[in-house]
Write a protein that binds this ligand. Structure first.
Ligand SMILES: [Zn+2]
Length: 499
């Protein structure tokens, strides 16, 4: 069996002040052809899972394009055309050199480009046109994807990851290849049903309820005979398109009524429990006060509103400023994206104290720069491989980076944006986070994959920012209304219009 594989992944925050261009994708890797296998074999990601399963089952893989970018603004038209062009060129080349039995793609699901509100729907339509109606197309998605009817129509199966942190992306990649195998052999005939719920939720880890409980309902349905997959897709609320929001996709073997029943049952449960998704807000000052009092170490405080993994700039100074003002000691913080300060640290060298205006350069929402005397403790090239169960082995290159000490706090400064997934960005700067009382970091939930086992406790600080948990603060213009929680009194049920 010969299976095409590929990846185009972007979570687009349409509120960002800039566009996502080819450079953003190339910073994380834009690999074509056989290089896809060389780069991603053994890595815990969707495509890594596809490669492993293809090899295990003895299939020939035809790699096309694999690329992803840190979440940021709407994808520029030229970049969209290049992404689609490289993917289609790869598929065409595979078709020219032999039979293509199936296509497996990792597409995230929350992409928006100048040309389309529905990046994945547009990609899948183009791929379907190319391979024809009879070739199975199996797609893995990030649970933050905003799933559309077009995606469901054009794909044979959509498989969202179930967990947040997304530690099961690899397993979904494996499942994609296994399903392709069974479909091509004629063992199963998948049909899907999508329910779009008029509901937005803030960042919701599946480690705890209510998301954990909803996953349990999905798992019950998946265990029933004839159900292939049942996925609660959280959707991505920081994108101003008409159909952003929570969805449920269920896939059954040749039984559309069963798929519909499963999807509607999960959707009803989600709607009934919607109020549980509202997160308690704790100010930076309150978070620090609680961390000081909390037993054990390290206590992790995450600045969820400035999460580069959701498209935020990563240079907000709200939490760090509060930490400096509180006089806490034995504290580290990472990572502030500020290429100018990182460069100044590299030019000064280790041991030198320099004046800095750190962070706060991306706009008023993110606070003012921190003006201080900073001692350069370490400088690095910002390169490391991820270590947590989420993306173990994935290479990162955050550019020239430095460890500064300001007022007794050790601060990691990078040249490129990235949320903190695991302690590696600290470790390469000589920081063992377990020796600190308080660790401040920028991430919403993914850090949990790398910190849950070592953190004494975790406290979420709710500061102003581009990825605030307060969805009422997001300036939507195009989002289809009514939608909960913006329209709080909404009534809805599957198969009905919201009123
Ligand atoms: Zn995600």
């Amino acid at each position: 069996m010969r299976i095409v594989i590929g990846e185009i992944a972007h979570e687009t925050n349409t509120f960002c002040p800039g566009q996502t261009t080819e450079d953003h994708f190339r910073a994380r890797g834009w690999v074509v052809g056989q290089e896809v296998i060389e780069r991603y074999a053994g890595i815990r990601s969707d495509i890594g899972g596809m490669i492993a399963a293809g090899n295990d089952l003895g299939h020939e893989l035809a790699p096309t394009l694999a690329t992803w970018a840190e979440p940021w603004g709407t994808i520029a038209l030229a970049t969209y055309n290049r992404l689609l062009g490289d993917l289609l060129d790869g598929i065409q080349a595979a078709m020219a050199s032999g039979p293509v039995d199936a296509v497996c793609l990792a597409l995230h699901g929350a992409g928006v480009a100048d040309a389309t509100d529905d990046l994945e729907g547009s990609i899948l339509t183009a791929v379907r046109d190319l391979v024809g109606p009879n070739t199975p197309i199996i797609v893995t998605l990030d649970l933050h994807g905003n799933v559309t009817p077009t995606m469901v129509e054009q794909a044979t199966v959509l498989l969202g990851c179930h967990l947040y942190p997304h530690v099961d992306a690899y397993e979904r990649g494996v499942e994609a290849i296994e399903l392709a195998d069974r479909i091509v052999r004629g063992e199963i005939s998948p049909v899907a049903h999508l329910v779009q719920i008029p509901m937005l939720i803030p960042t919701s880890t599946t480690d705890v309820d209510p998301a954990k409980a909803i996953n349990a309902v999905c798992a019950e349905w998946e265990a029933r005979p004839g159900v292939i997959d049942c996925t609660f897709m959280h959707g991505f609320p920081y994108t101003d398109i008409p159909r952003a929001g929570v969805t449920v996709t269920a896939t059954a073997d040749g039984d559309p009524a069963l798929a519909q029943k499963a999807a509607e049952a999960v959707a009803s449960e989600l709607w009934a429990r919607r109020n549980e998704f509202v997160l308690a807000a704790v100010s930076a000052e309150e978070a620090i006060a609680r961390a000081i009092e909390a037993p054990g170490q390290p206590v992790v405080i995450n600045e969820t509103a400035d999460n580069p993994g959701g498209g935020a700039p990563g240079d907000a100074t709200h939490l760090l400023r509060a930490m400096l003002a509180s006089g806490v000691s034995n504290t580290c913080f990472g990572a502030v994206c500020d290429a100018e300060t990182a460069r100044a640290a590299h030019e000064a060298g280790v041991g030198v104290t320099i004046p800095v205006k750190l962070g706060g350069k991306s706009g008023p929402l993110n606070g003012d720069p921190i003006e201080a005397e900073a001692t350069v403790v370490a400088i690095t090239d910002g390169r490391f491989n991820a270590t947590s169960s989420m993306m173990a082995g994935m290479p990162f290159d955050l550019g020239p980076s430095a460890r500064l000490n300001i007022g007794g706090i050790d601060i990691v400064v990078t040249s490129r944006r990235s949320q903190v997934f695991d302690p590696e960005i600290f470790r390469i700067h000589g920081i063992d986070v377990t020796t600190y009382k308080i660790v401040g970091l920028k991430s919403s939930q993914h850090f949990r994959a790398g910190f849950l086992d070592i953190a004494a406790s975790i406290i979420r600080a709710d500061t102003p920012g581009a990825t605030s948990i307060d969805l009422h603060a997001i300036p939507y213009e195009r989002l289809k209304r009514p939608i909960w929680p913006l329209d709080a009194d909404l009534t809805w049920a599957p198969n009905s219009s919201p009123t």
